[in-house]
Design a protein around this ligand. Structure first.
Ligand code: PBG
Length: 324
């Protein structure tokens, strides 16, 4: 007889529990939060049901819920009232992100607050760096992004997460943080960030769609695997403390391969379009939302992610508590 009885290990729930290789934990999850300056009441993002833009005065209640569910970290995105060419509000001491960080740390000192470091929500043109003519200029953007990171650290951010996709941002931000006395603040680099159509709903939430052109001269071509690995490894050399792969679902092969190339903690971003697809299908009654979400996020971990940024974080924390 040459066939194997794999089903022996699937016979009862107890045995299946014993041999399960991957566990999804609430502590693996990072919850994204959008704060918008000057908003009166929280506002649901049309393309992301269940995700809101929050005004500062409703933030504490929201974070209290996040903490109560057992989540340990959030990533913050801000939408300012005033946008300009250089995204001045991104590094302003009284900017929306800086105010939000201070408020959150005052009420929830234990929560890990990650600041997304980019300009696209703050610039009038919606690009992630500074313009020279119609081009996004790499090197002048670096100086500007370091200023943003320093101001976020000064406000109390625990981790800086640059998502701007310029070359050399890890080195520039590391140097800036060190010189400002923030040698202990880690950098979670969006190291492998593809120019993806899955970011569509996020640009509604962050009000950050580019006003002309696209992001293909700075974000990566989804067709490229070796280039992705080169870029992640250069970020590691520049001093990144975490490496991220984004989006997640269409790039699980990259996550798996990066796992074999680095010893750094890996983060997968389960992006807005992935969230929107599951929500839309579930709302139509076409899939079982809870089961699909758990299967998807377990897949990220199995592929090699240590941490997952996901708009489903609160839901999953609740599911896991329920089953606990
Ligand atoms: C850019 C940024 C983006 C996302 C996180 N940071 C969008 C973009 O590059 O246009 C996307 C996240 C998502 O789609 O959930 N600052």
């Amino acid at each position: 007889m040459v066939f194997f009885r794999h089903r022996r290990l699937r016979r009862t729930e107890g045995i299946r529990d014993l041999v399960r290789e991957t566990q999804l934990l609430t502590t693996d999850l990072i919850y994204p939060i959008f704060v918008k300056e000057g908003l009166e009441d929280k506002q649901e993002v049309a393309s992301m049901p269940g995700v809101y833009q929050f005004p500062l005065h409703q933030l504490v209640d929201e974070i209290a819920e996040v903490e109560k569910l057992g989540l340990k970290s959030i990533i913050l995105f801000g939408i300012p009232k005033e946008k300009d060419e250089i995204g001045s509000q991104a590094s302003c001491e009284t900017g929306i992100v800086q105010e939000a960080i201070r408020l959150i740390k005052e009420h929830f000192p234990q929560l890990v607050v990650i600041a997304d470091t980019c300009l696209c929500e703050f610039t009038s043109h919606g690009h992630c760096g500074l313009l020279k003519g119609q081009e996004v200029d790499n090197d002048t953007s670096l100086t500007r992004l370091a200023e943003v990171a320093i101001s976020q650290a000064r406000a109390g951010a625990d981790i800086i997460a640059p998502s701007n996709a310029m070359d050399g941002y890890v080195e520039a931000i590391r140097q800036g943080l060190d010189q400002a006395g923030f040698e202990d603040i880690p950098i979670m680099s969006y190291a492998i960030k593809f120019a993806s159509s899955f970011y569509g709903p996020f640009r509604d939430a962050g009000e950050s769609a580019p006003k002309f052109g696209n992001r293909k001269t700075y974000q990566m071509d989804p067709a490229n695997r070796l280039e992705a690995l080169r870029e992640a490894l250069s970020d590691e050399k520049e001093g990144a403390d975490f490496l991220m792969v984004k989006p997640g679902l269409a790039f699980l092969d990259i996550l798996r391969e990066l796992r074999q190339e680095t010893k750094l903690p890996l983060v997968a971003y389960n992006v807005s379009g992935e969230y929107a697809m599951i929500k839309a299908a579930a709302q139509n009654g076409w899939i079982d939302e809870k089961a699909v979400v758990l299967e998807t996020l377990t897949g990220f971990k199995r592929a090699g992610a240590d941490l997952i940024i996901t708009y489903f974080a609160k839901d999953v924390a609740y599911y896991l508590k329920e089953e606990g």
